[in-house]
Design a protein around this ligand. Sequence first.
Ligand SMILES: Nc1ncnc2c1ncn2[C@@H]1O[C@H](COP(=O)(O)OP(=O)(O)OP(=O)(O)O)[C@@H](O)[C@H]1O
Length: 606
Amino acid sequence: MRKLWLPGAAVALIVLVAVLAPVLPLMDPIRQDVANRLAAYVPGSPMGRDEFGRDVMSRLIWGARSSLAVAFASAAIAATLGTALGLLGGWFRGVAEFLAIRGADVVLCFPPVLLALLVVTLLGPGTGTLILVLSVLYLPGFIRVSFAEVLSARGQDYVEAVRALGARTPRILLRTVLPNIAGPVLVQVSLAVASAVVLESGLSFLGLGVVPPTPSWGLMIRGARATMEQAPMLLVWPCVALTITILAMNLLCDAVRDLADKRGGGGAPKLRLVDRLLPGLFPAPEGPRPLLDVQGLTVEIAVPGGIIRPVEDLGFRLDPGRTLAIVGESGSGKSMAATAIMGLLPPAARVAAGVARFEGEDLLRMPEPARRRLRGGAMAMVFQDPMSSLNPVHRIGDQVAEAIRAHRDVPAAKASAEAVALLRRVGIADPERRARAYPHELSGGMRQRVMIAMAIANKPRLLIADEPTTALDVTVQAAILELLAELRREEGMGVVLITHSLGVVAEVAEDVVVMYAAQVVERGPVERVFARPLHPYTRALLAAVPDGDVEPEGIPGVVPRPDSWPPGCRFAPRCAFATAACATPPALEELQDQAVRCVRWRELSA
Ligand SMILES: Nc1ncnc2c1ncn2[C@@H]1O[C@H](COP(=O)(O)OP(=O)(O)OP(=O)(O)O)[C@@H](O)[C@H]1O
């Protein structure tokens, strides 16, 4: 609120002065007094007189009326129409989308001055024409902003929740969607008003706007141009008025947007104020500092049908020397989360929210060069498929040496010797000879060991291993896992292990995060979660693990795609315990050292 009052007061003052112009003790703004042409000061005219001897202060205040009236009217018309069109296009898609978006594209094809010339030729110059021209010019901006925001909002849980409650479309649009897109629309209003003040001046300057002798800031600048050398202040006054108005408008709309945008505080990621303003500046004060602290991580991808969220509100904490496993079926968002943390998202994807602090520094907001220095250095990643991650045309010894030299300034011979030592370290027999081999000459297990050698080449403190053993047979799997456990014990490295296999989790991890359809459904220490799973999905995953002669129970159905999450609980359509209560999206409930996202967990575990 405090941010609001200063720009609010400034805008209110400007508008008030403009509105009160008729009752203020001002001289007639169009009365000419040729005897005092270009006078710098005349009693009663503190800002002097213009090229026709008219009072500058009076023209400035009366000019504010025309300039602001045109700016506010055109921004209001464009905002109302554009938001409505964007809302309908984004919600109904199809023909509504075509009309809104293609219409906006057509307008954008016209250069503003050409459009103004066209309309002025048809309708004649004047304030009304100017408002019409500017409204049309700003319409596409509002359509595009609201369209994009609606696409993003329509997939949100809260929208699905009101849909599930049977609310009618107009009500959903006006009461649920509109307030949530108000922030960006308000920013667009600020831009439109500020730009309209400038365009009004420009068009009036060109004779396409306000008609003389009615004062406007644009006309004042136009008049002052011819006498710039004799009376430069005539140019300065309207320019100062323009600058102050635009600045105040922008600050005001920024503040209003921050107030209107409650989304940051509403969702599950409850960030401290300082983290919202300056993310990653100060680590959390409580407890020892975690190695990796992820909160509210949300990833968005723009796809032809709109925006999908393959990772939503992911949170976990990893301490040094521990292993945290992320489990879930294919498509639950595990790899996307890992690549987001490493800063390796595909170009179409972006981090929409959240923080991922590595030793207190937020990786998600770190400049790319700093993140690149960490990658392969203090933090490293091992991918699922070592064949596609190794360069087929380079010897593996050279590739490991390259990984060393990318982060440390060591001579080539020393790097090669270190590479051989690393290959020995990861259990490759006869490393001197193997260092000269090409990737295709090695087995899958060997290649994965090479990848691990490259990952640990610079003694990372964090290793993210994305299904490092999936492509390997069981004995090699066990050897690789043992290697990771050994490295962790000896180097004190923290490991995030992404896997499908609960057997692997039980063997090597201390903590587990169970993901389903982009969300965490359960989280906690492995022993506790496996002994007493609280979420039906965790139970189903555990029941699907083969156990001696007992035939495992498969989970019926498949993970839904990110563009078709079910309303309410995302696991409900596959859940044996789903009831009507599951139609409401469940929140992640934090217990003492476990967390669960299921409205029925209490009764089910009782
Ligand atoms: N570039 C992309 N464009 C659109 N959707 C994508 C893209 N990459 C991934 N997805 C979708 O995001 C969702 C999560 O994918 P992700 O690879 O993170 O899942 P996962 O749990 O790691 O699966 P797996 O175990 O098979 O690797 C999937 O539904 C996938 O289809």
